[in-house]
Design a protein around this ligand. Structure first.
Ligand code: SF4
Length: 317
């Protein structure tokens, strides 16, 4: 069976020889489809609406490779990764295929496995859980029903909300990671509101920033790095049980932190998602600006975030 594996993950497996600016801690696998995904999302390189080479997902190259080859290399390197993430595309039989990839991985190494998918029925979620998948990724992507319709997401916003509920019922509170993309044309309030909703449902947010890639049918507005820093801080506050509206004044442009934060703001800048998911340079080039820091080392090396945090009112040592 052919799959796609992110170039960084292949390098860790020793299957390609490329220089890595940051090492992925998760093995990222994407389902293979010649035409890509049957969905029409205007921000996604894998969608039917995109003319981008299907080797790309966001700005990362994912070469096609036989799963046998991946599993063989993984067997020699079980400690190389903290987790395996299996990402689906809409195509005939995609869920069964994802489950069989999960089984092959788990027969080889005892690793934690995430499955990122569009909505499927509850029975299939139970099957995934029984197969050993421990975390569910939900590609909601859009912050509101308005943006959801505008960017061509399949199904409805409400169906995704129900799916998140089912996911929490099956995988447990804290084990469902809802992907949200900042910069699709939403307001900051829409994004904050949906993040609050996600946490109130017992799920969590994995935050991405929109990246334009040539071949996409539209260029969406994107988000400036200062507004993104505010969202990262709001996400970490929610994660730790605090109310972001108490600490951040959202009436300002960009919003300003108005109270001493009860969290370490540095931690807010690290890639968010399942434990071990660091997605190096998934949404930005290594030359920056870096929106999601894939490691503490890079955070210590690249200090551009210090001025960014100061200019949104964060007291940085
Ligand atoms: S948060 Fe990361 S590991 Fe989890 S489903 Fe999303 S991409 Fe995969």
């Amino acid at each position: 069976m052919l799959v796609r594996v992110s170039l960084g993950s292949l390098a860790v497996l020793g299957l390609v020889d490329v220089r890595l600016d940051a090492v992925p801690k998760t093995l990222y696998v994407l389902e293979y489809s010649v035409e890509g995904c049957l969905g029409n999302c205007v921000f996604c390189t894998q969608s039917r609406a995109s003319k981008t080479d299907k080797r790309f997902l966001s700005r990362v190259v994912w070469p096609a490779i036989d799963l046998d080859e991946v599993v063989l290399a993984l067997g020699k390197c079980c400690n190389c990764f903290a987790r395996v993430c299996i990402q689906t595309v809409l195509k005939q039989g995609f869920f069964r295929e994802a489950l069989s990839i999960a089984s092959r991985v788990l027969e080889t190494c005892s690793l934690q496995v995430s499955l990122a998918t569009t909505p499927v029925g509850r029975r299939l979620l139970w099957e995934a859980w029984k197969a050993g998948v421990d975390s569910l990724g939900v590609g909601l992507d859009a912050a509101s029903p308005r943006v959801f319709a505008k960017v061509g997401k399949p199904y409805t916003f409400d169906l995704y909300m129900r799916f998140i509920e089912w996911g929490v019922a099956v995988f447990g509170r804290g084990n469902v990671y809802v992907h949200l993309i900042a910069g699709l044309g939403e307001s900051l309030d829409e994004l904050l509101t949906v993040m609050e909703k996600v946490y109130s449902m017992g799920a969590r947010v994995a935050l991405f920033n929109y990246t334009y890639t040539p071949g996409l049918p539209l260029r969406l507005p994107g988000i400036d790095v200062l507004s993104y820093r505010v969202l990262q801080i709001a996400r970490l506050l929610l994660e730790e049980g605090y109310d972001p509206r108490h600490y951040i004044d959202f009436s300002k442009k960009p919003p300003k932190v108005k109270e001493q934060l009860p969290i370490d703001p540095r931690r807010a800048l690290l890639t968010s998602g399942c434990p071990g998911c660091n997605r190096p340079f998934y949404n930005e080039g290594p030359l920056g600006p870096i929106y999601n820091y894939p490691s503490e080392e890079l955070l210590s090396k690249d200090k551009s975030w210090v001025d960014q945090l100061r200019s949104i009112g964060v007291n940085v040592g």
